[in-house]
Design a protein around this ligand. Structure first.
Ligand SMILES: NC(=O)CC(=O)C(=O)O
Length: 322
């Protein structure tokens, strides 16, 4: 299992000095933990109701972020697809070009709110239009209102469960091609979008790069949500011994795709720090990164790894098991 982190997409000011090549058995045994110096802070997950009226969604996001900041949150998170319903009919018509200056109302909103309220915003995701392609994209803004990172969903959600409504994101979106890890005022954060949570290698990569927290804007449906939402969030947290936060739209959002909700923050030992129901609300939790360190002392998993035994070099043929 070889990973190469390319953070060339991250603005120069926040680039890590060295690129890191993670070769499976080469996970640093003691991560750099600059964030231990960061005092406890509050994270707010805004579980918005998304309608077919984009202007209304933007206004609603603005007021929920303002309430979150009033409640003391320094890190505010929005859900996957908060500018339009998570439905094929809306992606192209609600898309925004994030590069052409002033052409993205959502970009302007996130930049303005983050700088005015002096907060870090992980801006959920929106349909991004770029060079003739659509991406499902998350933007991260710092308290100076600057874009710090942009993550394009790496794993598109193509789903065909018998008896359930099929969904093919790949009919509309192109995939991203980079992991996204960003140093912010509230720690080193790895970003994934929804289905990205099902690929543990991505979270492991973020762990190897010293992430304190991973954030997944997401929108699981009623079947996958009930069975897997909490399980996936907890699994990524306990395997990697860091915080994981996942923020969903509320269930009464518009569209044929019914959303599970239950935005949640889970700590490094698997305990739920906050969890919403399925209705519109803001879920707030306190994050203390010393819990990551404590958990790593209680269970020193990194030191026990035996990559020489289970490193994934190639797809396993059955003969490997005899
Ligand atoms: N939005 C998604 O990627 C949906 C998903 O992963 C799910 O399980 O539902």
């Amino acid at each position: 299992m070889n990973f190469h982190i390319d953070n060339s997409d991250i603005p120069a000011g926040i680039k890590r000095p060295n690129k890191c090549t993670y070769k499976g058995n080469n996970i640093p045994s003691s991560d750099p933990l600059p964030s231990l110096q960061i005092p406890k802070f509050k994270i707010a997950l805004c579980q918005l109701t998304v309608t077919s009226d984009k202007a209304m969604n933007l206004a609603n996001a603005r007021s929920m972020m303002e309430v979150a900041a009033e409640k003391g949150a320094r890190l505010v998170v929005l859900p996957e697809m908060w500018v339009c319903p998570y439905a094929n009919d809306y992606f192209a018509k609600c898309s925004e070009d994030l590069v052409v200056e002033n052409s993205s109302p959502a970009f302007r909103l996130l930049s303005e709110v983050s700088s005015r309220l002096r907060i870090t915003i992980v801006g959920g995701s929106l349909p991004e239009w770029s060079n003739g392609r659509l991406y499902n994209t998350c933007c991260v803004f710092g308290p100076d209102g600057e874009l710090k990172a942009k993550h394009r969903k790496l794993h598109l959600f193509d789903y065909y469960a018998p008896g359930d409504v099929p969904f093919r994101e790949s009919d509309f979106f192109s995939t991203g091609d980079k992991p996204t890890i960003v140093d912010t005022d509230v720690g080193r954060i790895g970003i994934g979008i929804c289905h990205d949570i099902r690929f543990p290698e991505l979270a492991m990569l973020y762990r190897a790069r010293g992430a304190d927290l991973i954030i997944f804007p997401g929108a699981f449906n009623m079947s996958t949500g009930e069975l897997l939402w909490e399980l996936e969030i907890k699994a990524r947290a306990v395997d990697n011994q860091f915080f994981v936060a996942a923020c969903s739209p509320s269930r009464d959002s518009t569209g044929s795709y019914t959303i599970w909700g239950h935005s949640m923050v889970v700590g490094p030992n698997g305990d739920i720090k906050t969890s919403s129901g399925h209705e519109e609300m803001i879920a707030i939790a306190e994050i203390d990164y010393s819990e990551n360190q404590l958990q790593r002392e209680i269970f020193p998993l990194q030191q026990l790894r035996k990559e020489n035994i289970y490193q994934l070099l190639e797809p396993c043929a059955p003969k490997h098991f005899v």
